[in-house]
Write a protein that binds this ligand. Structure first.
Ligand code: ATP
Ligand code: MG
Length: 432
């Protein structure tokens, strides 16, 4: 099939260089898929019958450092990182996988066909050349039209080879707003437990990518439905069926999904999305039947339990310390009182001190997500604005003695006090 797709000059030149030396060269994988969908590719991958040494020999600057034969061509003069590093991988054959995650050996091939056959999903197994030829050996174009993720060949085989593909299927469905083909879905459900073989880092990367899509709630409920979530975030599934009562019309699980969905609607960053995901993680273990007539459920201390659980979960998923610290703080502090008619400035200052001035607006985002997740209307903009004004006022004031324009030396000079603890008290008095 012939089709005209727009390719950046440097990518075109890279393909041309390979062809000029007599090699076959194709764009392949995610970039072809995205071009056909009218989306901007995140990176540009090339596949060729040239071997790694041959690729390295024809480009001025390359890096060759992985086990899969990929050579990265570097165009130092280009600022755009997506184009600066272009990955070229020799045609590869699908090899045997004994551990459900790494091929036992990497073998190269002379045929494009072999290379497309080893790819995970039909929509990722498309290749395109400079003559405008699209190579679609597994029905990828039809699946793009139908908006469906299907494995190349037998789902059972593909998932047993590399179990990460189980999560990748859900991630692509979330990312592209696709469904998953029925046979592929059944294959995922049958092979879900193979995720036990996958490292925490690879699971983390897929979870975070799913969270960063425009519909993370869909990805999460699909992972639950297909039996994957129990190997990724079992704690989250504990919220299913945990009714809350009171102002809450949803159980903890549904409330959480709705809160996360809001962070995606707003295009908020990862830490906020993680905090929304985990803000009520302490609710299932802290639920108690209330006393009195109303028998209202209580969740006392769920933010404290939640903070600990967040640490355990994010440790397990090997997130960076910076991310862990912030998400934990947001979970710990998400329950705060913010009625501008009843709250005092010193309470506002305390909240700011708890999360740090640099993160107070992050906390407000988590709070907004929490509220929207309850299915309640948006906060009255006027009251919210007044609360925000209190935060702004508190932020404009000094929060520590060190921020005062006066210091101990000046105090001593003015009131002729001798140096000692009294100076410190005086400074604190001034701050207050
Ligand atoms: P995006 O970059 O948008 O996340 P992508 O399709 O480019 O999507 P990558 O993870 O960058 O995804 O992989 C590039 C290509 O390599 C894929 O399109 C697919 O053809 C192939 N691929 C990647 N990971 C696997 C895997 N685990 N099993 C089989 N093929 C894979
Ligand atoms: Mg990619």
């Amino acid at each position: 099939m012939k089709i005209d797709l727009k390719i950046p000059d440097v990518v075109r030149e890279t393909l041309e260089t390979l062809e000029d030396k007599g090699y076959l060269a194709y764009l392949v994988g995610g970039c072809v898929r995205d071009l056909l969908l009218g989306a901007e590719p995140k990176d540009w991958d090339i596949t060729t019958n040239a071997k790694p040494e041959e690729i390295a020999a024809i480009f001025p600057k390359t890096v060759y450092e992985n086990n899969f034969g990929t050579v990265t061509v570097i165009h130092e003069e280009i600022e755009d990182l997506k184009l600066r590093n272009i990955e070229i991988t020799p045609f590869r054959l699908e090899a045997k996988y004994s551990d459900h995650r790494h091929p036992d050996e990497v073998r190269f091939s002379d045929k494009l066909e072999d290379d497309l056959k080893r790819r995970d999903f039909t929509i990722n197994a498309l290749a395109y050349d400079l003559k405008g030829q699209l190579f679609d050996l597994y029905g990828g174009v039809r699946d793009l039209k139908d908006k469906v993720v299907s494995t190349v060949g037998s789902p059972d085989e593909r998932f047993t080879e590399d179990a990460l593909r189980l999560l990748r299927a859900v991630r692509f469905a979330s990312q592209l707003c696709f469904t998953i083909n029925i046979a592929t879905e059944e294959g995922i459900a049958r092979n879900a437990s193979l995720l036990r073989n996958i490292s925490a880092e690879r699971i983390r990367d897929e979870l975070l990518k799913t969270l960063m899509t425009s519909q993370p709630d869909f990805g999460l409920s699909l992972s639950h439905k297909l039996g994957l979530l129990q190997y990724v975030l079992p704690e989250l599934e504990q919220g299913i069926g945990i009714e809350q009562g009171g102002e809450h019309i949803y159980d903890v699980w549904e409330h959480t999904l709705r809160a996360v969905k809001h962070t995606a609607n707003k295009d908020w960053p990862l830490e906020i999305r993680l905090a929304a995901l985990l803000h009520d993680i302490g609710k299932p273990p802290s639920r108690r039947a209330g006393v009195g007539k109303s028998k209202q459920w209580t969740f006392y201390g769920h933010e404290v339990i939640g903070e600990r659980m967040t640490r355990t979960i994010l440790d397990r998923l090997k997130l960076s310390n910076k991310t862990k610290d912030l998400v934990e703080k947001l979970v710990r502090n998400h329950m705060f009182f913010s009625d501008p008619d009843k709250i005092t400035m010193s309470a506002v200052r305390r909240i700011i001190a708890n999360v740090g001035a640099e993160h107070i607006w992050d906390l407000m985002k988590v709070r907004a997500a929490d509220r929207i997740g309850m299915g309640r209307p948006k906060e009255d903009p006027y009251r919210l604005r007044r609360y925000e004004a209190m935060i702004e006022e508190a932020l404009s004031q000094p929060t520590s003695v060190a921020m005062l324009k006066i210091d101990g030396k000046k105090v001593i000079e003015v009131i002729r006090e001798t140096p000692g603890p009294r100076i410190c008290w005086i400074l604190h008095g001034l701050l207050n």
